[in-house]
Design a protein around this ligand. Structure first.
Ligand code: GRF
Length: 214
């Protein structure tokens, strides 16, 4: 059984997709053992608790400096003893110590087709604003492993989503979630739980028959 820790900052619709995936059996051999939020008012924490998952808040604002926050965050991660960490809309930079310790065991979802519209400062609605500004016809979402950079780790799954005439950042964000994020993230966790993923030389590979289902 794969123990998963999910880190969130906001509404938690991606967390909900994971919870639903586990409960419906779409995600196999997996238990979500803890949800950490940096924001005590995040609705994601309520979603976790409603499903009997421990939801805890570890917020930088509650600590005198970044280092003390990092230690508390690390403690909370270690207590949960996860096999996999999923960043599902987590707006805090992960301490390097955790990246080293959980190399190729941290997944992030980003609402664009990396390498477009990603990197420092490119998160949330800003991603979709930039896509609309550039006038792309296709955008999408990416699930990737987390390394020391911002959105630079090995890409695991991507799905394209059409941009429509008259889209606003909000309508585009919603379509990217509905058509890509909420299916990609559960699929990524299921693949991980079933040992279908290997990471070599900075590239993620999916075992043959599963890759064909892309
Ligand atoms: C998603 O668009 C995700 O890709 C991004 O932040 C958003 C989180 O939404 N990183 P939610 O909290 O899962 O509803």
């Amino acid at each position: 059984m794969l123990s998963v820790l999910v880190c969130v900052s906001g509404g938690g619709t991606n967390l909900q997709a994971l919870i639903d995936g586990v409960e419906s059996g779409l995600i196999r051999e997996t238990k979500i053992v803890r949800v950490i939020s940096n924001n005590k008012n995040a609705y994601a924490l309520t979603r976790a608790r409603k499903h009997g998952i421990e939801g805890v808040c570890v917020s930088p604002g509650d600590f005198p400096d970044r280092e003390t926050f990092h230690q508390a965050f690390l403690r909370s991660v270690e207590e949960a003893a996860p096999d996999l960490i999923v960043l599902a809309g987590f707006l805090v930079v992960i301490p390097e110590q955790i990246i080293h310790k959980y190399r190729n065991r941290i997944l992030n979802i980003h609402p664009s087709l990396i390498p477009s519209f990603c990197g420092k400062g490119c998160y949330g609605l800003k991603v979709h604003e930039k896509a609309l500004e550039r006038g792309v016809r296709i955008t999408g979402a990416t699930v990737h492993f987390v390394d020391e950079g911002t959105d630079t780790g090995p890409i695991l799954l991507q799905k394209a989503v059409e941009v429509r005439q008259g889209d606003t950042p909000e309508t585009l964000q919603r379509r990217v979630m509905e058509e890509a994020e909420w299916t990609l993230l559960p699929r990524a966790v299921d693949l991980f739980a079933r040992g279908m993923i290997t990471v070599k030389d900075g590239r993620a590979e999916i075992a043959g028959p599963e890759m064909m289902k892309q």
